[in-house]
Each structure stands twice: as C-alpha cells, then as structure tokens.
Design a protein around this ligand. Structure first.
Ligand code: SAM
Ligand code: SF4
Length: 485
C-alpha cells in the first residue's frame, strides 16, 4: 500500500514537473485584438508565435532569442538603422561583434541556421573577403569609429570550417578597423571534425577565450542518424587538442531529443559530458523550426515526428540538471550549466539580454545598435554583391522597438536566466514590472512556473524547463500569434 502511494505521488510529481498545461491564455481577447490590429504577416489565431511545447514535437519555433518576433522586422525600416550608424552614439554602451560563418561539412537534419555545404575553396575565400570588407565598412561608421569591442562571437554555421590563414586574415582586418585588443571575451563555435591541432593553436593566437564545441551526442548511431558530420572519436580528439592548447572556457553543446534518443543513451551522454569536465555545458531541447530537413519531411510527406515529445525532453533535461548539480555545476539559465558563476561568465549572452550594441557581420547575421534591431541579407549571393560590388552595409531589415517593446525584450530574455530583479528594471525603464506584468506573473505563479518574492522573480524547476514557451504571454497581443521567425 505504501509503495502504491509512493508510486502515485511520484507520478503526480512527474506530471506536474514535465507535462503541466500552459497557464490560461486570453484567447478571446487575442481574437478581437488581432482582428483590428492585424499586421500583414499575421497567421490564423490558432498558430502561436512559439510552440506551446505540449505533447509531441511538431514543426514550429520554440527557442526565443529576441523580441519583437523576427517576422516583424521590415526592409522599410532600413533607413532608420543606416541613420543610426551615421549618428553620434551613446559611447557608454558596450559594443560587441557577431561574425557569421555559414559553412558546414554537412547539413544536420535538425538544423535551422543559414548554412551552405559543398562550397568550393574559391567561394569560401570570396565570402571571407566580403566579411573583411564588411568589417571595414562597419569600422567607418560614426556610431562605431573610436569604440572598442568588449566581446566578439564567431558563430555559424561552423567558424572552425575556415582555415588558419582565413582566421588570421579576419583577425588582422579587425585589428586595422575596430579595436578588439581589449575584448574580454571571444567565443568561437566549432564542429569537432573540422578541428586539428594547428587550427586550435590559431584559435588561441587570434584571441579566442571561449570555445563552444558542438558535441550534441556521444553515440555514433545517433550522430549518424541525425546527419551530423562527426562521430564520437572526433569529439575526444578535438577535446584533447583544446585542453592541450588551453582556453579560459570550454563549452560543449548537447541536444536532448535527437532522433533515436533513449533514456539509457541520454544518461550515458550526461555521464560522458561530466567526464570531459568542460567549464560550461549547454543543453538544447530539440526543436523543429520550419526550415529543418526533418520539418520538410513532416510537412511534405506527412511523416510523423521522429523526435521525443516535449514532456520526455523536459524530463531528460531535468535529469541532466540533477546530475550536473551533483557533479558541482551551477545553473546559469534554463539550458546552461557552468562550473562557477563567478569565473564562467558568458558576457556575450549577458550583454545581448540587456540590449547593448552588437554589430552583425556576415550573411543573415543579427545585430542591435543604439536601440535598433537589424539583420543582414540572408542569401549569400545578395550579401556579397551588396558588400563587394556596391560597397555598402548589407542590411536587409530592421525594427526600432518602442520603449515598451524594449522592456518586454529584456524582461523575457532575462527570465531565461531563471531569475530577475524588478528593481533593475525600475532603474532602467522607470517601470514596475511586477505591476506591468501582474497578470501573466499571477497566472504563471498559480500554475507553479515561478515565484515572486519581494523584488525577485524566480522560476521554479518546472518553469525553467519550459521557459521559452512561457514568454509569449508577456508579448504585446499583436505579437502572440505571428510567426516567430
Ligand atoms: C551553430 S551550431 C554550433 C557549431 C557547429 N555548427 C556545430 O553544430 O557543431 C549551434 C548549436 O545549435 C544547436 N541546434 C541546432 N539546431 C537545433 C535544433 N533544431 N534544436 C535544438 N538545438 C539545435 C546545436 O546544439 C548546435 O551545437
Ligand atoms: S548544427 Fe551546426 S554543423 Fe549542423 S548544420 Fe547546423 S550549423 Fe552546421
């Protein structure tokens, strides 16, 4: 009897933690509001901007990385960002640079980034040349000149796909144009199979401080089934080189819910990650945005989702959290774990979540300058033509959020860190977020996703495990049903 009771309690606890329904959404209100103020890209009211993450993993975006949704950024606002580049900036705002390298050895079946495979050497060389030219153009802007970069982020695609020579070229171009000698953090994303000792040494030479290695899984059959270009021996080899050369921070990425994932294998992955003992571990829950190969199969051929459902993925992440905590890691956000909150800061993320300036370089790259969001052209041909032939910044779309939208942006992004302080928002925006967002906070507190304690909003474990799906409730009504990307 006692055992039965224990089992029942455990089942209820599990259900509560991983599979609770979302807090009530004011659907009727949404319908009337969207029907009067519907922007052009609005979808039927039944399509939420990010997936609610209940039940099976269907096609849709889950991860929230910005606000207002990208679909709302428009080419008609490009003059606004160009005039911001041409104006005197607030120089007290910290400056960062994101560089996008869109090449990969192979397109992973789950990937939603703008990437190109099978490009020949001269195409890559031309892209690197365009990137160099774009950096020069950026350096000439009044809003940039004379400022120093605090952070640089080489993202992709696969930055480690570039040769040592190309990396040194980019470093030298940067040195001549925008000062990065005092950058506190230089992050560099790598796919294990693209590294060799010489390249790792070059990464160190150009100033990389934080290496992010796309491990994803340690099981060869799963890596293969998901279309990864690397297998597990390449992970261990790459990791040895990284340790041999030595970097202040090494991060590894894992994905919970790759095709073929099982309870046993996931546990093994978590143990292997702990054995490697990286400074940071990032765990993504597998999502299927519209442009992945898996999503295409599902939409065009009616294939059922080959990915574990949301409650299972949340349970895997929760179990990983327990294990990482017992191995000495600390929770730094809903999907990031660090050995030490004091030494393993991720300045790029912290700045991004707090609206500092971030220059974007490269095809499809996103940036933010003095309060204006922008994105570059997302086709390589157009991007290169504008930079190389026309000699102008390759910006495709932009948006200046209202003060209220900037408040929402910082509120939802910082909520992803698991806790936030209302007083900080009061100082910055002169708004009491506890009053401003009283209704969603009350709903989510009642549903067990968060607690409000004085000035602090703190997510519970249950909230942390599905934080992205909680965020649209803070969005302005017209943004809750538009496509996210
Ligand atoms: C640009 S990649 C990292 C560098 C390199 N391209 C690689 O994959 O090794 C960024 C990370 O996004 C994550 N990612 C990509 N597609 C995803 C998806 N559909 N769901 C969840 N995470 C995803 C992966 O963990 C990947 O490591
Ligand atoms: S996950 Fe990484 S390696 Fe795979 S296609 Fe995307 S960017 Fe390339």
């Amino acid at each position: 009897m006692a055992k039965l009771l224990w089992l029942a309690k455990r089942l209820v606890a599990r259900w509560l933690e991983y599979d609770a329904p979302l807090p009530p959404k004011p659907t009727e209100l949404l319908m009337s509001e969207t029907s009067t103020t519907a922007p052009m890209t609005i979808l039927p009211v039944t399509t939420p901007t990010v997936t609610p993450a209940v039940g099976s993993t269907e096609v849709g975006s889950y991860f929230v990385s910005n606000y207002p949704p990208f679909s709302q950024w428009q080419s008609e606002f490009v003059p606004e960002i160009l005039s911001t580049f041409a104006a005197e900036p607030n120089r007290d705002v910290s400056l960062g640079l994101y560089l996008h390298i869109p090449f990969c050895r192979k397109r992973c079946k789950f990937c939603y980034f703008r990437v190109y495979t099978n490009q020949n050497a001269s195409a890559i060389e031309q892209y690197v040349e365009s990137l160099g030219r774009e950096i020069e153009l950026l350096g000439q802007q009044r809003a940039v000149s004379g400022r120093q970069l605090q952070v640089v982020y080489f993202g992709g695609g696969t930055p480690s796909y570039l040769s040592s020579k190309q990396l040194l070229f980019l470093r030298d171009t940067l040195r001549r144009t925008i000062s990065w000698d005092h950058a506190e953090e230089v992050t560099f994303e790598c796919e294990p199979g693209t590294l060799n000792l010489e390249k790792v040494k070059t990464m160190k030479e150009i100033g990389v401080t934080r290496v992010s290695l796309g491990v994803e899984n340690f099981n060869d059959a799963i890596l293969e089934e998901n279309g990864r270009a690397h297998l597990s021996p390449e992970i261990f080899r790459a990791y040895d080189w990284l340790q041999q050369v030595g970097f202040p921070q090494i991060n590894i990425d894992l994905i919970a819910g790759m095709i073929g994932e099982t309870d046993e294998n996931w546990q093994r992955c978590v143990e292997k990650a702990i054995e490697l003992s990286p400074d940071n571990i990032t765990v993504y829950q597998m999502e299927l945005p519209f442009n992945t190969l898996i999503s295409k199969e599902m939409r065009e051929h009616g294939v059922t989702s080959p990915v574990a459902d949301w409650p299972t993925k949340r349970r895997w992440v929760s179990e990983a959290m327990d294990r990482f905590l017992s191995a000495g890691y600390q929770i730094s956000s809903g999907n990031e774990f660090v050995k030490s909150q004091m030494t393993d800061r991720f300045i790029y993320r912290d700045n991004l979540f707090r609206g500092t300036d971030l220059l974007a370089a490269g095809v499809s790259a996103f940036g933010h300058l003095q309060g204006v969001h922008y994105q570059n052209f997302d086709r390589i041909e157009e991007y290169q033509k504008v930079v190389l032939e026309e000699g102008r910044l390759p910006i495709n779309r932009a948006l200046r959020p209202t003060a209220h939208q900037s408040l929402i942006r910082e509120f939802v992004l910082q909520l992803k860190e698991g806790h936030l302080d209302a007083a900080t928002f009061h100082r910055k925006f002169d708004v009491d977020v506890l009053t401003e967002f009283a209704e969603p906070l009350r709903n989510q507190e009642a549903a067990g996703y968060l607690e409000v304690d004085g000035d602090e909003v703190r997510l519970t474990r249950r909230g942390l495990l599905q934080v992205d799906s909680l965020l649209p409730e803070y969005f302005e009504p017209q943004h809750r049903q538009v496509r996210y990307t």
